[in-house]
Write a protein that binds this ligand. Structure first.
Ligand SMILES: Cc1ncc(C[n+]2csc(CCOP(=O)(O)OP(=O)(O)O)c2C)c(N)n1
Length: 353
C-alpha cells in the first residue's frame, strides 16, 4: 500500500519496546508533501491544531467542573485521525470508540455543538445527553463514539455490509485501540469482514497502552498487530501515526482500493497519547522520559515546521491558522457556556428501554 509504511511482508519491528524514532519521514522532509496543494497541506495542519486546542480547552473546563463524566483526550494522536479521514467523502461512514473528539473534528462535526455536548447542553450534538464518549452526527455519517471497548466493531461491519449490499462505493472507517484487540468481537469482525469482502478500513491506533497496561504485558508473540491479520487474508500496513502525511498516504491508497472492491483493509498506526488514559490518571505505569521521547515528534509542532523548512508554506500562514483556531475554540466554549441545560421534561426522550 503506502511507500512510507511497512507491509505485512516487510520487516517487522525487532523489539517489543516501541520506539519513538520508528519513522524518520518527517525529519527527512515528508516525501509525500509534494502530492498535495498548499491549501490541503494547511488544512491538515488546521485540523490537527483545532483538535489540540479543542482538547486543551476540554481539559481546562473538566478541571473547573464544567465538563463532567469521563474525559479521554486524544492529545498526541492527532496525525492519525486527520490523515486517515481526509480521503473520505460524504457517503462514507466513521465509527470509533470513546477517545472520539479527534475523529469527530476530523470528520467535520460542528465544533460548537461538540463542545456543547461535552458541557451537557441542549445545543449539543446529542442534546447534551451523550457527553464526551458519545459524539454522534448521522448527517455526517459519524456513527459514534462508543464506550464499550470493541463495541464499535460489529456496528462498523454492519454499515460496511450495507454499503456493499446497496452497491454504493462508500466505505466505513473503524477506529480502535490496541486494548480492544483482546476482545472476541475484534476477531469475529475481522473474520466476517473478510468473508463478506466488505469495504471496511480497520484503523488501529496503537498508542502502546490500554488504560495503564502496556501492550507487551497482555499480548503474546509479536508486538505488531498488522502482521496478524494475514490470518484472515486481510492486507495490512504499519504506518507512523505521528506523521500525518504517512497516514494520509496509506489512507489514500486504502480508500481507493476499498472503493474498487478490494476490501477489507487494515492500517496499524503507531502513535502515542501524551496525557493519561482519562483525565484522572496518575500515569504511574510509564515514565516521563517515554512521553518526552514521543513529544519530540509532536505532529502539531513537527509538521508545520517541516512545511516551513521546505518552503511549502510560510510562517505567517501557520501563525494565521493558529490564531484562527484559537478564536474558533474560544467561540465554541462561549457557545457551550451560554447554551441552556436540557429541560427536565426531556429526560426520558430518546431513551430506548
Ligand atoms: C468491554 C469493556 N471492558 C473494559 C472497559 C474499560 N476500559 C475502558 S477504556 C479501556 C482500555 C482500552 O484501550 P485501547 O483500546 O488501547 O484504547 P485507548 O484508550 O488506548 O485509546 C478499558 C479496558 C470498557 N469500557 N469496556
Amino acid at each position: 500500500m503506502a511507500s512510507q509504511a511497512k507491509t505485512k511482508s516487510g520487516k517487522p519491528a525487532k523489539s517489543a519496546k516501541r520506539s519513538a524514532a520508528a519513522s524518520k519521514s518527517l525529519e527527512n522532509g515528508a516525501t509525500g508533501a509534494g502530492s498535495y496543494s498548499q491549501d490541503e497541506l494547511l488544512e491538515m495542519f488546521r485540523q490537527m491544531c483545532l483538535i489540540r486546542q479543542f482538547e486543551i480547552a476540554c481539559g481546562e473546563h473538566y478541571a473547573k467542573g464544567n465538563i463532567r463524566g469521563f474525559l479521554h483526550l486524544y492529545i498526541g494522536q492527532e496525525a492519525t485521525g486527520v490523515g486517515a479521514l481526509r480521503p473520505l467523502t460524504d457517503q462514507d461512514y466513521v465509527v470509533t470508540h470513546y477517545r472520539d473528539h479527534g475523529h469527530a473534528i476530523s470528520r467535520g462535526l460542528d465544533v460548537n455543538r461538540s463542545m456543547a455536548e461535552l458541557f451537557g447542553r441542549k445545543t449539543g450534538l446529542s442534546k447534551g445527553k451523550g457527553g464526551s464518549m458519545h459524539l454522534f452526527d448521522a448527517a455526517k455519517r459519524f456513527m459514534g463514539g462508543h464506550a464499550i471497548v470493541g463495541g464499535q466493531f460489529p456496528l462498523a461491519l454492519g454499515l460496511a455490509f450495507s454499503q456493499k449490499y446497496q452497491k454504493t462505493d462508500g466505505v466505513t472507517v473503524c477506529f480502535f485501540g490496541d486494548g480492544s484487540t483482546n476482545q472476541g468481537l475484534y476477531h469475529e469482525t475481522l473474520n466476517l469482514a473478510a468473508v463478506w469482502k466488505v469495504p471496511m478500513l480497520f484503523v488501529l491506533e496503537n498508542n502502546g497502552y490500554g488504560m495503564g497496561t502496556a501492550v507487551e504485558r497482555v499480548r503474546a508473540g509479536s508486538p505488531d498487530f498488522y502482521t496478524d491479520v494475514d490470518r484472515y487474508g486481510i492486507d495490512a500496513v504499519e504506518v507512523d501515526g505521528m506523521d500525518v502525511l504517512a497516514v494520509r498516504e496509506a489512507a489514500d491508497i486504502a480508500i481507493a482500493k476499498l472503493r474498487a472492491g478490494e476490501g477489507p483493509l487494515f492500517i496499524e498506526a503507531k502513535t502515542f497519547r501524551y496525557v493519561g488514559h482519562s483525565y484522572a490518571d496518575g500515569q504511574k505505569y510509564r515514565d516521563q522520559h517515554e512521553v518526552d521521547e514521543w513529544r519530540r515528534r509532536d505532529p502539531v509542532e513537527a509538521y508545520p515546521q517541516m512545511l516551513i523548512d521546505h518552503k511549502l508554506v510560510s510562517k505567517k500562514q501557520i501563525d494565521q491558522v493558529k490564531a484562527d483556531v484559537d478564536a474558533q475554540v474560544a467561540a465554541a466554549v462561549k457557545f457551550a457556556e451560554e447554551s441552556p441545560e436540557p429541560d427536565p421534561e426531556e429526560l426520558f426522550d430518546d431513551v430506548m428501554a
